[in-house]
Design a protein around this ligand. Sequence first.
Ligand SMILES: O=C(O)c1cc(=O)[nH]c(=O)n1[C@@H]1O[C@H](COP(=O)(O)O)[C@@H](O)[C@H]1O
Length: 254
Amino acid sequence: MTFPPLSSLLSPPPKMTSKTDRIIVPLDVPTQEEAIAKLDQLPQVTFWKVGLELFVSSGAEILHILKQREKRIFLDLKFHDIPNTVAGACRAAGRYGVDLLTIHATGGRIALNAAMTAVNEGASQAGVSPPKVIAITLLTSLTSRDLAMDLKIPLELPEYALQMALLAKESGLDGAVCSPQEVGQLRDICGDEFLLVCPGVRPSWAEAGDQKRSLTPAEAFKAGADYLVIGRPITAAADPVAAWEKICDELAVV
Ligand SMILES: O=C(O)c1cc(=O)[nH]c(=O)n1[C@@H]1O[C@H](COP(=O)(O)O)[C@@H](O)[C@H]1O
């Protein structure tokens, strides 16, 4: 008799979860104290992202704090290195018992394979569920011009993002990170089981900032995103609670 993986018991699949539980808010702050202040300010947020700024400045303790509060955790460290180094980092990250972990697809097939093996080893050593591992396709701050002129990639941007997602899928990853502008195409081609997480989401009333390929939250879900990452429109708003509620209200009517 086979049992479902523990991770699927802990985190219901996106299609069974409300849209607001599928919004991930990043803790893009320089100190643990500021991160805790955000958690206190927005207790209704169920899924938080810990990224490079907070993890490099404050370490892993914030992960334990989030677990104590029964939050889901996206550990967004965007690993990008040779296979041996990526595997070592993934083995360590697999021990934390987080829900999502990022790695750059451009690390290549061998690094992606090694990441999956290592994350499972780390999780089983620690007796926790392994995170879903998702690949960065093309950062949402980049434009078609950047791709062609600076990165010298001779593909149209949507085609490049798709190829990176397919590489991740063939390498056994659980999903990909993409902009909302590419998510529809990736959903059609990669299928319903492939997890698609979209940052670069902007309500119509929010500043774009450094995000270059945005859609609104409603448009991003409609196009096929499983999860949205929405930061500054909420966290940098004059009233973050009001901004969160406004986004939830806008999603409730679509
Ligand atoms: O992996 C990510 O989460 C990520 C990938 C990407 O392509 N673009 C992107 O913006 N992100 C992250 O998503 C968050 C977006 O934050 P805001 O631009 O403030 O909404 C940041 O924490 C980024 O690090």
